[in-house]
Design a protein around this ligand. Structure first.
Ligand code: ADP
Ligand code: GN1
Ligand code: MG
Length: 366
């Protein structure tokens, strides 16, 4: 939690108009600490998002914020050009009194404040296919709007973030070192990963060989990283830009499928409830390609099923690695939660493998 004195000193860095009415933990992110702060008077309150950027996940907050500021300024211009509302359709970072995009507290933690995008909903699961398709359009459009942004000028905010081959190696190292003696209880999961070692390199090899282009990608395209307008239920804003960096379009597509093309929580302990939904895959593909508006190459289109499978496999391996290492990366609320998360991901990978031809046909049909 956040102590009162520290909070006061942090908020003093910004020129906020009015007194602090409340500070409450907010949202369901796994990485940053997010608070909703209400400032002003009882009759004229203003809400903001206050976030502590995770120092476990992000070693260089200055580089991260440079990416976020640069990309959001670029998006603002594009949104204005197309007659949209930039305060709602992209995140807005509030500058500190001395013009910086974040501040560092006495514990060396980095904090930032964002405008609160009001009258929106943030979903934890695809309640209807229409909502899922709306999120797909938003992430596809994100690709489209940034198609001419020079990807190689962005910092890599987490080194080798979607380097699935490296994630595999990290898992095997964690199993080998086994600091908590948990490896013997996850033999089946480790074997599941081992059987797919070669798969881990499919997209990365295509990138190295120049068959897939490097893009500006979001890299964390979960459904809860897009805000929907509460009235129209259209997806209006892609948030959580901390992992925007050079990457592969199929990974952005794939991470959304991983999280959204099913009807269970990411940490569902009952695997009989975990099932990949091919119809949701179809719906998302349609929305994503519509939003991307022909910005993808033929090879990128063909890589989409691989993106789905590899993002799911990779995420499962990351959860398992964290479980073996003692749950210090992903926030957990209960014992075994990261293992449950790993198991849901691996079940979804198996389902995708069983539906592989159908997935390819769906992509080819658009
Ligand atoms: P994390 O990296 O921890 O997921 P996010 O940036 O996604 O952090 O923020 C966590 C949650 O806070 C989001 O899922 C969303 O519910 C909410 N949120 C973040 N930014 C805004 C915003 N500008 N306006 C309204 N809600 C927001
Ligand atoms: C984390 O920050 P959040 O909760 O949106 C993670 C993603 C994982 C996801 C799994 C920076 O996302 O990579 O896919 O959890 N973000 C980071 O739910 O590691
Ligand atoms: Mg998030």
């Amino acid at each position: 939690m956040i102590d009162e004195m520290n909070l006061h000193r942090i908020l003093e860095q910004w020129d906020l108009d009015g007194k602090i009415l409340s500070v409450k933990p907010f949202g369901q992110g796994h990485i940053n600490s997010t608070f909703c702060i209400t400032i002003g008077s009882e009759t004229d309150p203003h809400r903001y998002i206050l976030q502590k950027i995770s120092s476990t996940a992000f070693k260089y907050p200055d580089q991260l914020m440079a990416n976020v500021v640069s990309v959001t300024e670029y998006l603002r211009k594009k949104i204005i050009q197309s007659g949209g509302n930039p305060d709602r359709e992209t995140i807005t970072i509030l500058p500190t009194r001395n013009g910086r995009s974040f501040c560092i507290d006495e514990r060396e933690e980095a904090w930032r404040i964002l405008l609160f995008i009001e009258n929106t909903v943030c979903l934890q699961s695809a309640e209807t296919p229409e909502l899922f398709e709306a999120s797909a359009r938003a992430f596809g459009k994100f690709q489209y709007l940034l198609r001419d942004y020079p990807a190689d000028t962005l910092f890599e905010t987490i080194s080798r973030f979607h380097d699935t081959e490296n994630r595999y190696e990290n898992l095997m190292r964690a199993a080998e070192e086994d600091p908590l003696g948990r490896a013997s209880s996850v033999k089946a999961e480790l074997e599941f990963a081992r059987m797919r070692k070669e798969d881990c390199g499919v997209c990365l090899r295509a990138l190295r060989e120049g068959r897939l282009p490097l893009r500006v990608t979001h890299n964390d395209t979960k459904l809860n990283n897009v805000l929907m307008d509460a009235d129209t239920l259209e997806a209006i804003c892609v948030i959580d830009l901390d992992t925007v960096m050079p990457g592969l379009a199929c990974n952005d597509f794939g991470d959304s499928i991983r999280f959204g093309a099913n009807h269970c929580a990411e940490d569902e302990p009952d695997l009989s409830k975990v099932e990949f939904d091919l119809e949701l895959f179809r719906v998302y593909t349609r929305g994503f390609l519509e939003g991307a508006n022909h910005a993808l190459t033929q090879a990128e289109m063909e890589s989409l099923p691989w993106g789905a499978k590899l993002m799911t496999l990779e995420c499962g391996m990351r959860f398992l690695t964290d479980y073996l290492e003692g749950d210090h990366y992903f926030a957990t609320q209960r014992e075994g939660q990261n293992l449950d998360r790993c198991r849901t991901q691996f079940k979804l990978v198996s389902d995708m493998e069983a539906n592989w031809e159908a997935m390819k046909e769906i992509v080819a049909s658009f």
